[in-house]
Design a protein around this ligand. Structure first.
Ligand SMILES: Cc1cc2nc3c(=O)[nH]c(=O)nc-3n(C[C@H](O)[C@H](O)[C@H](O)COP(=O)(O)OP(=O)(O)OC[C@H]3O[C@@H](n4cnc5c(N)ncnc54)[C@H](O)[C@@H]3O)c2cc1C
Length: 374
């Protein structure tokens, strides 16, 4: 069978790209080695934040807005519980340039937001000890996306509409059995393993641990609507409220050690757990002794500056590489798919910031960003 497009990888990016191309009338094949949003995929976690704040990088803000609209439209028809409008709180220090730059972009792109003084933060969120934070930035329309279930819904719904999906391992170009006009490898943290010569020093998958803590019986202080999604950039920690009763989610955003997504041990480590507990005791004092209810060990697939890779393979004109989500790529799924589909169809061009040529050596950047491993 010959397809117009064969998409390899059914994480959030491959799944939405397959849906977008399929709905534009193309003959599309989607293949994944372990199944859509499987437990080793970066899209396989419980939840992901969708927020608009991106400092000066306005293209990501634009995509967040577009993606949020597309997610809501799709979920309204399939499963409205896949998005929770929690809002997003940026906990800021005096010198938070990123937040100030985000506000400038918010004003240009009509992103609903509110700047909060320290007094307003203390009053609105008595369950948080804001410590050195002096102000806050709140995004009204942001929230939490159910990550694994969301991708599985996209694939299931699109297969119902006629997309061909297959579970198989796909080898590099020229070594697999598939026949298509264009091939897209959307293989997340596996991309570097498949294309070591092209991506060896441009994408680095790192170990990231996520914790869910149980609150006291009857306590609603860490649930919607009292608790939003939040990022504390000064401490490189972020979290989500208790969604679907899994517990209060907290994760360290600093990059862990380099891993192999096939073999990395998915049990949490004491060192990172201690780091998370020390932070909880400081910022959310009433959760100091909260029990762990669940943990996930996932990976970021980092480029040196966090910008995605969207480019043709240098030696195969009909092979595209799509990846480098760098710990923030879930939210953009449907908007990114539109952008990439337009380029594949010759109707749009990819910004040079996403090219292979624009990607610096990631190993140097990585050395400066590791979690202290006690
Ligand atoms: C802990 C954590 C928290 C995050 N938080 C956020 C957040 O709050 N907001 C946000 O927007 N983003 C967040 N991200 C980032 C986001 O999850 C990723 O950027 C995104 O999921 C990447 O999707 P992907 O489709 O590129 O890759 P993946 O989801 O990894 O999918 C790749 C797929 O390719 C398949 N595959 C690989 N090789 C082959 C092969 N040879 N043959 C067949 N199939 C293959 C795999 O099985 C996999 O299913 C977070 C990531 C982590 C780990």
């Amino acid at each position: 069978m010959r397809y117009d497009y064969a998409i390899f990888g059914a994480g959030v990016w491959g799944a939405w790209l397959a849906r977008t191309l399929h709905r534009s009338g193309k003959k599309v094949l989607l293949v994944d080695q372990h199944g859509p949003a499987n437990n080793r995929a970066s899209s396989g976690g419980e939840t992901r934040i969708i927020r608009m704040g991106y400092g000066t990088k306005a293209i990501y803000t634009e995509w967040s807005l577009r993606a949020l609209r597309l997610y809501k439209e799709f979920y309204a028809k399939t499963d409205p519980t896949l998005f929770h409008n929690t809002g997003m709180l940026w906990m800021c220090r005096d010198n938070d340039e990123f937040a100030r730059q985000s506000i400038d972009v918010f004003k240009k792109q009509d992103v609903r937001h509110e700047v909060l003084t320290r007094g307003e933060l203390d009053k609105r969120y008595p369950q948080i000890d804001f410590g050195a934070c002096t102000w806050g930035l709140f995004e009204h329309d942001a929230g939490g996306l159910l990550a694994r279930r969301g991708v599985q819904t996209v694939v299931r719904e699109t297969v119902r509409e006629g997309l061909t999906y297959e579970q198989a391992f796909v080898a590099p170009p020229g070594k697999h059995k598939y026949d298509a006009g264009t091939y897209v490898y959307a293989c997340g943290p596996w991309l570097k393993k498949l294309f070591p010569e092209v991506l060896g020093n441009k994408i680095n998958p790192t170990r990231q641990e996520v914790f869910y803590f149980g609150t006291s019986p009857g306590d609603t202080a860490f649930r919607i609507p009292r608790m939003p999604c939040w990022v504390d950039g000064g401490d490189s920690v972020y979290g989500l409220p208790d969604i679907e009763n899994r517990g209060f989610k907290l994760a360290i955003d600093a990059h862990g050690p380099t891993i192999d997504p096939d073999t990395q041990d998915r049990a949490p480590t004491k060192a990172v757990m201690d780091h998370a507990r020390a932070y909880i005791a400081k910022r959310f004092p009433s959760l100091k002794d909260a029990p762990l209810t669940q943990a996930e060990v996932c990976q970021y697939e980092n480029t040196a500056n966090g910008d995605y890779v969207i480019d043709k393979h240098p030696e195969h004109a009909n092979v595209w590489l799509l990846g480098g989500g760098s710990g923030h790529g879930y939210k953009h799924g449907p908007a990114l798919a539109e952008y990439v589909a337009a380029a594949l169809e010759g109707k749009g061009r990819i910004d040079p910031m996403f090219s292979l040529a624009a990607k610096a050596d990631v190993s140097a950047a990585q050395r400066n960003a590791t979690i202290p491993q006690k």
